[in-house]
Each structure stands twice: as C-alpha cells, then as structure tokens.
Design a protein around this ligand. Sequence first.
Ligand code: ZN
Length: 209
Amino acid sequence: MSERRDSSAGLHLNIYVEVRERVSTAEAARYYGYEPNRAGFICCPFHGERTPSLKLYADGFYCFGCGTGGSVIDFVGRLFHLDPLGAVRRLDQDFHLGLPVGCPPTAAEREAARRRRHTDEARKLFAGWRDQMLLQINAAIRTANTADPGNVTESEAMAIRYRETLEFWGNQLSGGVLSEQMEIFRDREEVERLCRTILNSMPKKSQAA
Ligand SMILES: [Zn+2]
C-alpha cells in the first residue's frame, strides 16, 4: 500500500487540489447535514455547542470555538475519521467527481494478482515445453513412418512400437484441452525419455546404411 501511494504521490496531490476546487466546504457541510446560517456558520461537529461558531469559507472552514480549521478534505476527514486520501475518496464518491482514486488493492487482491502472474509464467513455461516436445514427438513419429521395413534400426523399431503412444501424445499436446496436456506434462519424463531414445540414436542408421 505504501509502495502504491509513493508511486502515485504526484497524482494524489493533483487530486487533493481538484477536490478542493470542485467541492466547497459549504456544499460538503450541507450534504452531510449541516445547514449553514445566513452568515455561513454551522454548529461545530468537532466540539459540543449550541450556537454556531464554525465558519464555512469557499475553500475551507474555521471554528472560532475550538480552533479547528482546514480544507474541505480536512472537514470530511474529521467528520468521518478518515485520512486525507480516505476523505478524498468519500468526496469523490458522494459528489460523483469521477476521480481516479480507486481503493488500494486488498491483501487478497494482491495475492490474486501475484497468483495470476505466477500462473502466466507457468503457462508460458508450459507452452514452451509443449512446442519443443511436439517437435520431438513429430520427429519420432516421422522416424517410425519413414523406416525401411527391410532394414529397421533399433530406434526405428522403438518408434514403430510406440507410434500409437507418440501419436496420442502429439494429438493431446496439439489439440487436447489443458487438463489433458497437463497430464502428459506430469508424465513428461517418460515422454522425454522415449523421444530422446528414438531421436538421439538416429544417426546410427546412416552409419549402418
Ligand atoms: Zn469547534
């Protein structure tokens, strides 16, 4: 929260100025139930009194009884026990000022955002793995498909033996729903080992041929 406030301190300063320019203390007082008399005085909400001694000015207030004074933001802040930013938010809401003063994110919102970022990263990592794996799976299937039946190498024999499995993995990874893809990802050691075994021994064929 402090981090956020620091980074938008300049923005907030402008907001304070804007609120003071757009809402007079008299307007605010009236809105919150303090009707000023003809001289512009109200009974001070900040000390008990029966005769009005709080004077409302265009850009602030001052109580001649208790000495409290300040801007419209101070007035609303004192009235509702809010810090300045809270008072600005209250005024923004009640007077429909449309200022960019959304509430700072709650701990839960921050946690959700963190989790979203984490999920995005995981998804990117997974997508990278999947694309890489698909290339290998397709290459392994090609190994099976292009094998010469009369001269099958060890790796080709393996590719042929596991062709259906490879095709299943390939289909799931390229067209399956995420949960199906994740299932393969969980068993990735097996998938990776098989592809590695088939593909890494490929050159043997050219040596053998
Ligand atoms: Zn007072």
